[in-house]
Design a protein around this ligand. Structure first.
Ligand SMILES: CC(C)(COP(=O)(O)OP(=O)(O)OC[C@H]1O[C@@H](n2cnc3c(N)ncnc32)[C@H](O)[C@@H]1OP(=O)(O)O)[C@@H](O)C(=O)NCCC(=O)NCCS
Length: 158
């Protein structure tokens, strides 16, 4: 059985933008995100800028991103945003690394880091119902499917 990848999460830096842009412009990655289209450079810069703002963590809309590395190489990102009802997480893995358990290992790290950062264990994820890998990794980690909204399934971990 393949071993679990050794993944480290660290805060996202501006210098990580190129790695992020590689994923955000790849339609395999964006298929299950937002309107499903690859992001343009303007959107990428705006999202990175917002993520680096360091807004107070109790403000609704405050976000923190984390770069996931394996052997010091970037393999994915975890994004998190304060919502009224908890902290929403998202995760993207570089397509060349799909299917190796990286997302699962990233979310395992996020389940430790994000409650420490925000001071709450109430986590939320919104998932395209067609995204079987994403639904599976959340369910395996105790997230419960609650409701659907705007075509997405809402999972929560209380
Ligand atoms: C969804 C995504 C994060 C999964 O990343 P990954 O590193 O390939 O996922 P993992 O290898 O950790 O697999 C997670 C689980 O899904 C299963 N899985 C993987 N690919 C699958 C597929 N195509 N269909 C069904 N299950 C699948 C794995 O077996 C694993 O389950 P297990 O723990 O029972 O073994 C990745 O495909 C991605 O970045 N997609 C684009 C962005 C995205 O959709 N993000 C999620 C939105 S919140």
């Amino acid at each position: 059985m393949p071993s679990t990848p050794l993944i480290t999460l660290r805060p996202f830096h501006e210098a990580d933008t190129e790695f992020f842009a590689g994923m955000a412009t790849d339609e395999r990655v964006t298929r299950s995100i937002g309107d499903g289209q690859p992001w343009n450079q303007q959107t990428i810069q705006a999202r990175v800028h917002a993520a680096l703002q360091q807004e107070p963590l109790n403000d609704v809309g405050a976000s923190r991103w984390f770069l996931a590395t394996e052997a010091n190489e970037p393999v994915g990102i975890v994004v998190s945003t304060r919502k009224e009802s908890g902290v929403e997480i998202g995760y993207w893995v570089s397509p060349d690394d799909w299917g190796r358990g990286i997302a699962g290992a990233m979310v395992d790290g996020a389940l430790v880091t994000i409650p420490e950062v925000y001071g709450t264990r109430k986590l939320i994820a919104r998932v395209d119902p067609a995204n079987a890998a994403s639904a599976k990794l959340l369910t395996r980690r105790g997230f419960k499917l609650e409701t659907g909204h705007e075509g997405l399934d809402n999972y929560t971990l209380a």
